[in-house]
Design a binder for this molecule. Structure first.
Ligand code: NAD
Ligand code: ZN
Length: 351
């Protein structure tokens, strides 16, 4: 039985981001010295979408480059930048998708724990309490706003800082922030939620809370993408999916997507879609997923094409098979006897 940590507070509603100022001001013990750090997806730089006029001179805004998914080296570099200040910040805010939010989550942990981020990739390796942190999604699906992980890509592995200390203290869910997301990216990230739910539901590690949350989140995603688009409902589905997967594990699709991402540099949601599209033999949800792609005129390319060498395929299969926990969630403890390297390569070749 697990003692599950959750986000303590959340605001939900259009315009909810207007509460950020009071949340930050409540943390400032000293008007002149207390400072906050905002990690904002660089899409918002010079766009006049976010009103940050209330920030103080001493505050630090970091516009995070999310062209690549967060790397351990990048997070270490940003942590060192914050450390050049005389004190620790009183709050850290992550505004963006899974990438910007995970960077903020990781920095909040690294500011109070020694050593580079790579040392904390894994489960429950963080000892000291982190800096207070707030998550504000501007695209929905990863569930990063509600999970206990900050996913980072290191030199050899893509693995999260899985810890109760990675959980945001406060979340702000404001549908207005999602208005500018391009439609294809919107679908890729939302499908991450759909796939988390499928993997939780069909896996072996779950409990009645996970099942209830994942079932409802899937139903919402189907309603939104096959019926009427509703950004607020999507934020709710993403949050529920995050909570569900936090108490469960991903399954077959995520390990395959990690292989694709590490070798080919594909973004998470996109790699998830390419992998899930070929997993009908494991997940009945692939049928609805294909209907959603069709409705939004999204045609996924074949990424494992003639340019891919056998060595690359081998590395992708190895990267997939490193994911023991998800694969044992999907197939059980003897997963190695069921899901062979040959099978992984056969699936990859279809993608
Ligand atoms: P992302 O954060 O990588 O952003 C994708 C793109 O959308 C970027 O180009 C970004 O600039 C753009 N974008 C974001 N908000 C926008 C807006 N409002 N308008 C226009 N463009 C906008 O995408 P993501 O899919 O949310 O996150 C993927 C990352 O999340 C991966 O690194 C993945 O590993 C991680 N992840 C984390 C968790 C977790 O629990 N921590 C779970 C799943 C995935
Ligand atoms: Zn995911």
């Amino acid at each position: 039985m697990k003692n599950s940590k959750m986000v303590q507070y959340y605001y939900l509603g259009r315009g909810a981001i207007s509460h950020l100022q009071e949340l930050l001001d409540n943390k400032r013990a000293d008007e002149e010295k207390s400072f906050v750090v905002l990690v904002i997806d660089d899409y918002f730089e010079n766009k006049n979408i976010l009103d940050l006029s209330y920030l103080k001179q001493q505050d630090l805004i970091i516009y995070a480059d999310t062209r690549e998914e967060p790397k351990t080296s990048y997070v270490d570099q940003l942590t060192n930048l914050v450390k050049t200040k005389e004190h620790l910040p009183v709050a850290l805010v992550g505004i963006g998708g899974g990438s910007a939010m995970d960077i903020a989550k990781a920095i909040s942990v690294l500011l109070t724990n020694p050593g580079p981020s790579e040392e904390y990739q894994g489960w429950d390796l963080v000892k000291n309490a982190p800096i207070y942190k707030i998550g504000i999604p501007t695209i929905a699906g990863t569930g990063a706003e509600f999970t206990r992980t900050a996913v980072l890509t290191g030199p050899t592995k893509k693995l999260g800082i899985n810890s109760d200390h990675s959980v945001f203290d406060q979340v702000i869910l404001d549908a207005d922030l999602l208005k500018t997301v391009p439609i294809d990216q919107f679908v890729y990230t939302a499908m991450d939620c759909y796939v988390h739910n499928a993997e939780s539901l069909l896996g072996m590690i779950n409990d009645s809370m996970t099942i209830a949350l994942a079932e409802k989140a899937s139903e919402l995603i189907e309603e939104i993408f096959l019926g009427e688009m509703d950004h607020e409902k999507l934020l709710v589905a993403s949050s529920m999916g995050g909570l569900a997967v936090a108490n469960s594990s991903v399954g077959i699709c995520h390990p395959l997507s990690y292989g694709l991402s590490i070798e080919l540099g594909l973004h998470h949601g996109y790699a998830i879609c390419i992998a899930f599209n070929q997993l009908d033999e494991y997940y009945p949800q692939v049928k609805k997923f294909k209907e959603i792609l069709k409705k939004y005129n999204i045609v996924l390319p074949k990424v494992i094409n003639d340019d891919i060498t056998d060595e690359q395929l081998d590395r992708m299969a190895e990267a997939t098979l490193k994911n023991e926990k998800p694969l044992s969630n999907a197939f059980g403890a003897d997963w190695k006897n069921v899901f062979s390297k040959e099978k992984v390569i056969e699936l990859l070749k279809k993608m």
